[in-house]
Design a protein around this ligand. Structure first.
Ligand code: PMP
Length: 330
């Protein structure tokens, strides 16, 4: 029988899909690594399985253990799927800017979720960092993967995403573009691609305007899952050749175009990464191959990015004459 023993066996090995319309007028080809094909619907399945299996090996996670993690949702889903298979409980802490739909998904998988305010500093006792630390100390048999410091986060990309991009492009990739949240994706994938290409592949980080990676102070932005107000250990500050800052407005309008023009219903950090990828591709040579990683699907954002009223309230809605122009984002 052609059967998978578990969903865990289906994590990773996502497809590369060529972008056609949003790339009009751009010389290089732009290929999207579509991470919503993972069983949990996001790139974070990759780190979930590697972090849990490493903790089992080291003895940090024991039978009957409780996984406590601050997560914007996607890491939670990946952890919940792997945890279910292996018999662990999940207790997640999320900031209140995360879409309600995403929180409902975590609860649907059987996880317990604590919601904390976004508008407090990271060292405030109510911040989602502080609350998760407290729970990890107080809950018996708790283990905190800590995707912001766990070396298995970037390592999962070094061992899966990086080799996949290299093999899928038959070594022709010239640029790799990804958003930076924990920095795991860009650090692990970037390190692999640099090593295997002797430094030829350029690594470009995409960052929300205001986040620390592109020189900001952590000023609030609305795109979810990327940008930071602190520098996490999982981000390798040496890996990026360039970091491109992208506004919420540009990110969200590109996210909407990806659904309408490419059939890719994806999240806001995907639109952000594509804006950066198009800027790179616009300056690249015709035989260059730009790979951009799209971390998750768009269903968790229907009431925000894909809702005209929400977009208009923030002044993000562009007039139809603005749309369809690559020049809009260059
Ligand atoms: N986009 C989304 C929607 C995410 O959840 C994340 C993870 N925080 C990222 C992008 C960034 O990935 P990384 O943490 O590997 O930098």
């Amino acid at each position: 029988m052609r059967v998978y023993d578990s969903l865990v066996d289906l994590m990773g090995n996502t497809p590369l899909v060529r972008l056609h319309k949003v790339t009009a007028g751009v010389p290089a080809q732009v290929l999207a690594k579509v991470e919503y094909f993972n069983p949990g619907g996001s790139v974070k399945d990759r780190i979930a399985v590697r972090m849990i299996e490493a903790a089992e090996k080291s003895g940090e996670l024991r039978p009957g253990g409780v996984i406590v993690e601050p997560t914007s949702g996607n890491t939670g889903v990946g952890l919940a799927i792997v945890a279910q298979r292996k018999g662990y409980r999940c207790l997640f802490v999320v900031p209140d800017k995360v879409a309600q739909d995403k929180i409902s998904v975590l609860r649907a998988y059987g996880a317990e979720v604590v919601v904390c305010p976004t508008a407090v500093s990271p060292d405030h006792p109510d911040s989602y960092y502080s609350v998760s630390d407290r729970l990890a100390r107080e809950v018996p048999n708790a283990w905190k993967p800590d995707q912001y410091s766990n070396v298995n986060n970037p390592d999962s990309h070094y061992h899966s995403t990086g080799p996949e991009v290299w093999e899928q492009t038959e070594g022709r990739v010239t640029h790799f573009v990804a958003g930076i949240g924990t920095g795991g994706t860009i650090s692990g994938t970037g390190r692999y691609l640099k090593e295997i290409s002797d430094g030829r592949v350029k690594i470009i980080g995409a960052d929300p305007e205001g986040s620390v990676y592109s020189g900001g102070s952590g000023r609030p932005y609305l795109v979810e899952g990327v940008g930071e107000d602190i520098w996490p250990a999982t981000y390798d500050t040496e890996v990026c050749d360039e970091i491109i800052a992208v506004s919420d407005k540009e990110s969200f309008n590109m996210t909407r175009r990806l659904a309408r023009e490419e059939g890719l219903l994806v999240g806001g950090s995907c639109g952000m990464a594509v804006v950066a990828a198009l800027r790179v591709a616009a300056k690249a040579a015709p035989d260059d191959v730009v790979v951009v990683l799209l971390p998750d699907g768009g269903r968790g954002y229907l009431s925000k990015i894909f809702n005209d009223d929400w977009m208009a309230d923030y002044g993000f809605l562009t007039t139809s004459s603005d749309e369809g122009l690559v020049g809009d984002v260059l």
